[in-house]
Design a protein around this ligand. Structure first.
Ligand code: ZN
Length: 86
């Protein structure tokens, strides 16, 4: 790819993308990695990221959401059980 994106070529690109996927704000990523917010924004809004990485992360989030729902169900059952006891 003949991209001129600084982030795509950055040696710490993986770290930058990991921070982004963790929900770190662009401003903080810029501070931590010595980059600029505008550069980061261009990179992340321009589909420069490794798609496999994004898909894996999305899958993880869906799994976590499922786990939370299951936990809520368990807690609900326990609450009802406690109510019946009293
Ligand atoms: Zn890029």
């Amino acid at each position: 790819m003949a991209s001129k994106c600084v982030i795509c070529k950055a040696v710490n690109r993986q770290k930058i993308e990991q921070l982004y996927l963790n929900g770190t704000s662009l401003r903080k990523i810029a501070e931590q990695t010595g980059t600029k917010v505008t550069t980061l924004h261009r990179h992340f809004s321009g589909h420069h990221m490794d798609e496999k990485l994004i898909k894996a992360e999305e899958k993880k989030e869906v799994l976590q959401a499922d786990e939370i729902l299951e936990e809520v169900d368990r807690l609900k059952d326990r609450a009802y059980a406690l109510l019946k006891q009293s």
